[in-house]
Write a protein that binds this ligand. Sequence first.
Ligand code: PMV
Length: 349
Amino acid sequence: DSAAVYHATATAPVNIAVIKYWGKTSTKLNTPTNSSLSVTLSQDDLRTLTTASCSAQFQADALWLNGAPHDVSNVRSQACFAELRALRKAKEDRDPSLPPLSSYKLHLVSENNFPTAAGLASSAAGFAAFVRAIADLYDLEETPTELSRIARQGSGSACRSLFGGYVAWEKGSRDDGKDSIAVQVAPESHWPTMRAAILVISDAKKGVSSTAGMQSTVATSTLFPNRANVVVPARMEAMKKAIAEKDFETFADLTMADSNSFHAVCLDTVPPIFYMNDTSRSAVRIVEEMNRCAGENIAAYTFDAGPNAVIYYEEPAQDIVLGVLKKAMPAAIGWSDKYSKIEAKLPDG
Ligand code: PMV
């Protein structure tokens, strides 16, 4: 039917790594120098909602993000389109009664339920929702792990957003990237008391893109090989064990150490890359001091390629953790029960 328009809608949540991905072995394939592990945030709070449609009438592939048109001619989007179309084409070849959707142009309409001004990396949820929506439109039977291989080519960290809960991205060893995929370590329900608060320290766009930053760290940092080859492999195993045992003390130690290690290799890059600012560093001091006073880890900070902090804690410690942070960081506002946003309206760095 040449007039028909086919639709599917999917969502994908934001994930925040506790063992960071930093460094690529191939910029074309987005294969990482080390494995990584993240916690997927709740769908209710931070997610991308994407509707994919296709029709024989559409003239070109197109994407609208939060109402504005976005370029899809970049290699990342093209790689995702090509892989998904190839899977659909194989399905149509097996069953010729299916409509030939693989030959139609795609329109994608994407919306984030969090303010872009929050300065949170949205590419992970964005590419995961992009891939999930097209896979649903095409009625593909591929598992989330199989789809993670495609989302990875859009944005590395996107491969982890195809799952909820605790997710490992196993770096793989093949040159073609086929075994560089995400797997769920534990579902969200495994650790029902886990919470995350987001401290929005600055909504400015990050100065150095993650791709450019990774390339220059890999090329110049003398600390980096030790991080990628020795430190992270050991931490991946320790983190999986801490999650299996719901051992927050160890989870927090590893999360904070890995964030600091990632920012240390950024500082060790030539020229140095600074993602954290003075306000970020005061958040680190507050959490360290809070844990010292408690005599155990009640909170853990982590920072991505920007100054904003994500603070993990367990629900019984919520009042004390958020209470201390709100007092120390002015203009705090709650975001939701499960994942709270606290805005720290302090001057930038
Ligand atoms: O997926 P990218 O290219 O935006 O890189 C993300 C890198 C970090 O957020 C800093 C770490 C991570 O593992 O998510």
